[in-house]
Write a protein of this length. Sequence first.
Length: 320
Amino acid sequence: MNKLARIISNSNSIAITSHIDPDGDSIGSMLALWSALRQKCRNVEAFIDDVLPRKYDFLPQSKYVKKYKDVEGKDFDLFFALDCGNKARLGHGAEAMENSKIVVNIDHHISNTEFGDINIIDINSSSTCEMIYSIIKDMGLIIDKQIATCIYVGIVTDSGNFMYDNVTEKTHLIVADLMKTDIAKQDIIYNLYQKKSINSLRFLGYSLTNMDVELGGRLAIFQISSDLLKKFNIPGDDVESLVNYGRDIEGIDIAVTMMEKGDNKVKLSFRSKHDDIDVRALAQLFNGGGHKKASGAMLNSTLDEARNQVIEKAKQFVRR
Ligand SMILES: [Mn+2]
């Protein structure tokens, strides 16, 4: 940590990025670290190679998040990759990373490929935000209400509202400390969970009605075509929560969402709820990764091909 503090002090330009398909933890950790480092260095840029989901607009620092285009060609003394298991998750951000002198990789995914010069990986952490909290504290920087809000968003969303295995005593102690800064908890919950569009709920209804169950009631499948997304006119991150409904059904061991992503690409999201059902290992069969009970992969195939492959590979993972 002393080493990291020294590197930060010696850096005149710093970039912070996180993964494509942004979520609460990637956005929260990026904005928290960005705000904290600005206490030490004015030349800090946060960017992603994707669209910032509207859901996170309420975070005051979100308006400072740049696009990859805005940093293209720049070289940075120091580059932070947050919540990214591998280089591909950075999108074009990986190119900006190549132009940087020192890369610091901070993540909690067990599948992290340790692509940084410095790798701070804690697979027992609920979220990257939990790690960022400790890093900011250890460097003696201040966690104000705005930073606390970002960290809270990451912890709440990545822990499944404190439901997942990775929630520890430490997680709750951190949240207790964040709440001392008087974060607007109800306002955060409203923004994350209580301003859904009618279309998003209609989409949920449609998807649940058309959910498929295979492997003797062990595997729940949601197939989401781009036509369907167009019809309901909802952003991609509205699809992300769908898979949890499949997971939560009694008897289902694995739930999967297959989302069509333009030209012959399908994004897979897997969930499990049992300790003996490791969907990270399943995702790895498709060159993906993630956590034991939440993982994902990207396939080059049609929806129907994806469906056949997933059913075939999932056979050896479900209970008999
Ligand atoms: Mn995360």
